[in-house]
Design a protein around this ligand. Structure first.
Ligand code: PD2
Ligand code: ZN
Length: 296
């Protein structure tokens, strides 16, 4: 049986701030109990906020159902056509492998060699240190977990980019407008991206505003623009699965379901590059039209 209790916004935000700072859930419960809260209630409140973080779901409102069904992610099939070959406009791509959870497909021949080289040439002069949103302040900061250099193209910025974005839309069955601008990443020896999920965790105001403007992220397409000589694999630590970059190959994985919950098994990373360099183009796809923070 479940009961509904009041969940004051200031208590919820205090729990969210502590989780964001990395305080262990049990330590937060202990602190609440020390402040004369019932242990079951404190646990339910901390669970509700940490599950919202885990699944990229909105933070709980001012009423909480204690003893109700816990949040959990229900997997859905990939929105990509079946079969070993997929025709995307004038281009035929080959399926190398598929995975059920996270829903993923690894493709060969997604980009031509010439397209890879053109993307690199366009991005090279505009590279900067990669940044991420700081989970505490919501500001853009040079990423501790991302030691690559990067840049973003605007949507359909050049005919080449518009052509590739149309291909991505065909592959994923999503409108071009749902895509964020194409991100280019360049890794040199030693550079890596530590384990993270690509969906937006609702613990900071910048992410919540971004979700309010454009919806949650539901999928990621990684396009590899160059073979790597050592390291630099995209890995999924919860699966023990890794993908070695090869020029023209792409990896598409989906993590957002129709209930707006996201799949924590999509946790992934790029292992430290040991030799050569690595170029990758990333397309993050929202569940509705992407509206940038500073359009223009
Ligand atoms: O470059 C990669 O393999 C990689 C790994 C993890 C890229 C991203 N995440 C990303 O762009 O989100
Ligand atoms: Zn990522």
């Amino acid at each position: 049986m479940s009961i509904t209790v009041n969940f004051p916004a200031e208590v919820r935000d205090w729990i969210a701030a502590n989780l964001t700072r990395g305080v262990a859930p049990q330590a937060i419960v202990n602190e609440m109990v020390a402040r004369n809260n019932a242990a079951e209630l404190a646990s339910a409140m901390v669970d509700a906020v940490s599950s919202a973080f885990l699944y990229g779901a909105p933070l709980p409102g001012d009423k909480l159902e204690v003893g109700g069904a816990p949040l959990s992610y229900e997997p859905e099939p990939l929105r990509v056509a079946d079969g070993p070959l997929i025709q995307l406009g004038e281009r035929k791509v080959r399926v190398l492998s598929r995975l059920q959870r996270p829903a993923a497909v690894h493709l060969a021949n997604f980009l031509s060699g010439d397209e890879c080289e053109q993307l690199i040439a366009l991005a090279q002069p505009r590279l900067d240190r990669s940044t991420v949103v700081d989970p505490v302040t919501g500001r853009n900061v040079v990423a501790g977990h991302r030691s690559s250099h990067g840049m973003f193209f605007r949507l359909c910025e050049t005919p080449l980019i518009a052509r590739i974005e149309a291909r991505i839309a065909l592959l994923t069955g999503t409108p071009v407008e749902n895509g964020e601008g194409l991100q280019m990443l360049h890794y040199e020896v030693g550079a890596e991206s530590t384990p993270h999920v690509d969906y937006l965790i609702t613990g900071n105001a910048a992410n919540r505003e971004s979700i309010a403007r454009s919806g949650q992220r539901m999928g990621t397409l990684l396009m590899y623009l160059k073979d790597v000589e050592g390291g630099g694999e995209t890995v999924f630590p919860q699966l023990g699965w890794s993908v070695a970059p090869q020029r023209g190959h792409a990896l598409y994985f989906e993590y957002g379901n129709r209930f707006g919950l996201c799949d924590p098994s999509s946790l992934h990373a790029s292992t430290p590059l040991r030799a050569g360099d690595k170029w990758v183009a990333t397309k993050w796809i929202r569940n509705r039209q992407f509206v940038p923070r500073n359009p223009g």
